[in-house]
Design a protein around this ligand. Structure first.
Ligand code: NAP
Length: 195
């Protein structure tokens, strides 16, 4: 664990439960009884496998990171936040999704199939919906955010958005979230996306 005056780095492998537990413990002891207000499940892996090229091990490993990981991290990190209305400054779980996981947008759109990645993000979207319904009573907001196509290792240099542009947009969207947008699927500009 590494701490500067404002930032604590608590590394975790999100497919490894003891590692998640260790990171949650480190964050908990740093925050004492203040509690964590915002959990962003950002870790993800991609796969371009097609029907022809995919193998089950690759499919399972992408699901482990993109679906089981956010579930396990959330399960270990959340605590009851009371019932005073939902917001990111009180208690929120944000699952970083992608519009490639949208079944609604996929209909008739001949994009790369990317079976493991797209199917895992569609499953992660359902996890977001279920969590939003279940955690509402604990005062915890839960929303899925598509960050745009961003210049990262995953997005590549071809992507139109810089990390700074995407993150600025996401921060503005996070500040606007409330009970009305808990359980929503939004992009980095706050536009609603079809599931
Ligand atoms: N870039 C885009 O255009 C784009 C578009 C839509 C959605 N997204 C989503 O945005 C999120 C971030 O993607 P990115 O573009 O930043 O991808 P990236 O450049 O490939 O980075 C992925 C990050 O996730 C971490 N990670 C992967 N598996 C992990 C695990 N088991 N435990 C802990 N960390 C793990 C990686 O850590 P290591 O480096 O240590 O492996 C890395 O820091 C993902 O959920 C992705 O699906 C990205």
């Amino acid at each position: 664990m590494e701490v500067s005056s404002t930032v604590l780095f608590a590394p975790a492998d999100t497919v490894n439960v003891p590692s998640i537990r260790g990171a949650v413990r480190a964050v908990g002891s740093h925050l004492k009884n203040q509690g964590l207000n915002l959990l962003i499940n950002n870790a993800g892996i991609s796969s371009h496998a097609t029907l022809r090229s995919l193998d089950s091990q690759e499919m399972l490993s992408v699901f482990a990171t993109n679906v089981v990981g956010p579930l396990q991290v959330t399960k270990k990190a959340v605590k009851d936040a009371g019932k005073e209305g939902l917001s990111c400054s009180r208690a929120a779980v944000i699952n970083v999704s992608t519009k490639l996981g949208s079944i609604g947008l996929c209909l008739g759109v001949p994009e790369a199939p990317m079976y493991p990645y797209r199917a895992s993000k569609a499953a992660q979207n359902m996890v977001t919906r279920c969590m939003a319904a279940e955690l509402r009573d604990k005062g915890i907001l839960c929303t899925a955010i598509h960050p745009g196509w961003v210049k990262t290792d995953m997005g590549t240099e071809k992507a139109p958005l810089t990390v700074e542009h995407s993150v600025r947009g996401i921060l503005t969207v996070l500040a606007s979230l409330s009970q009305d947008t808990s359980g929503a699927f939004l992009d980095w500009e706050g536009n609603s996306l079809p599931w």
